[in-house]
Write a new protein. Structure first.
Length: 91
């Protein structure tokens, strides 16, 4: 995802640029420890960001946050995404 797309997604979800950066790394499958090392932050700082992200998204889990992020990114890029729980080929 490019920085323009991340910026649109962050605005759509009400995330700060740092929260969007961390959410993007989460969606790529990185752990909090990996994110902390990549961004030269304390792991506790990353955990605090993750908790704020969850709160802003109304997400109760990492998987739910990733789902919100993925759908918002697709929407920001103008890609139609089926509702949660519906596969693209269902019908």
């Amino acid at each position: 995802m490019g920085s323009a797309s991340a910026s649109r997604t962050a605005r759509l979800l009400g995330l700060s640029s740092r929260e969007a950066e961390i959410m993007s790394l989460i969606a790529q499958g990185h752990s909090n420890g990996e994110i902390a090392a990549m961004l030269v932050l304390a792991e506790k700082t990353v955990k605090n960001h993750v908790n704020r992200i969850y709160s802003k998204l109304g997400a109760g889990s990492r998987a739910a946050a990733i789902s919100f992020w993925t759908r918002a990114t697709a929407a920001a890029d103008g890609v139609a995404v089926p509702p949660d729980g519906v596969s693209a080929g269902a019908g």
